[in-house]
Design a protein around this ligand. Structure first.
Ligand code: FBP
Length: 265
């Protein structure tokens, strides 16, 4: 397995995944704010920004659109996913194999694990197959580490998030994508539990520039490896401007004020 820092998923050891699986996970409601965002080409164009190390999409979007962007965008194939129409216990159908992801040009693969769900055992077994196949294809694996299920009333408790990051390490993920636990100290605990697995913050629903960038800065200051973000980027009229600010915080270690000034400029 080549070192993850030598793969296109990273830039200087850091990660900025632009996530665009929302049409499946949440449905068209996520495109209401900026209607052009329903068009995958709009988001592939955003993903050309140099701050974006990878674009995460489902198989159907990869198949239909990636051939036109393969020279400019690095692809992360999300291998499982669920629609918001599903009302059962959290679960996520495996809808793409590692072999097929490699065939369509993926540079990395992603998998959601709902730790604590009634289906956790089956999901962990599915992850085992994906993890071992990804090693055979030399593709880094990103785990969407999301504790969720009827036994977990609050999936954002710092200790629960730390446990999810630890699960990612124990099961072999190269990167664990977690919800921000609310403070730099709590994020530091999460990162400590993840050992050599890189920890990145999940963007979450759209909020003000100040709130969003402060969380990203908190995660980076804690030693986080970066961010996976969807709505806070594509639900904006000027996503490139926010990516400029994220580039400063994540890759250039600039202070929050400098990044905020970029947005005002
Ligand atoms: P966001 O930055 O928009 O939160 O995107 C990250 C992501 O993990 C997506 O890949 C996924 O579709 C979504 O969040 C899942 O959100 P939820 O926590 O509502 O299931």
């Amino acid at each position: 397995m080549q070192p993850i820092d030598d793969t296109p998923l990273t830039r200087d050891g850091k990660v900025l995944i632009l996530a665009y699986d929302h049409g499946l996970e949440h449905g068209p409601v996520d495109f209401d704010e900026v209607p052009e965002s329903a068009d995958p080409e709009h988001v592939f164009e955003i993903a050309k920004h140099p701050a974006v190390t990878s674009l995460a999409v489902q198989k159907g979007i990869a198949e239909a659109y990636y051939p036109s962007y393969a020279d400019d965008v690095s692809l992360l194939a999300k291998l499982n996913g669920t629609s918001n129409l599903w009302m059962g216990e959290p679960d996520s159908a495996v809808n793409c194999s590692v072999e097929y992801a490699a065939e369509i040009g993926a540079d990395a693969v992603g998998f959601t694990l709902y730790g604590g769900a009634n289906n956790e055992v089956e999901m962990a077994e599915e992850f085992r197959e994906i993890h071992e196949a990804s090693r055979a294809h030399d593709l880094p694996v990103v785990m969407w580490s999301y504790p969720r299920g009827q036994g977990l009333k609050n999936d954002k408790k710092p200790k629960t998030i730390a446990y999810a990051a630890r699960q990612a390490l124990e099961l072999g993920a190269d990167v664990s994508k977690v919800k921000y636990p609310g403070s730099t100290d709590a994020m530091q605990d999460v990162i400590d539990m993840a050992g050599k697995t890189k920890v990145i913050m999940s963007g979450g629903s759209k909020r003000s520039d100040e709130e969003f960038l402060a969380d990203v800065k908190g995660a980076i200051d804690a030693g986080g490896a970066g961010l996976a973000v969807g709505r806070n980027v594509f639900q904006r009229e000027n996503p490139e401007q926010l990516l400029d600010a994220l580039e400063q915080i994540i890759f250039e270690e600039e202070p929050l004020d400098t990044a905020l000034a970029t947005l005002e400029g």
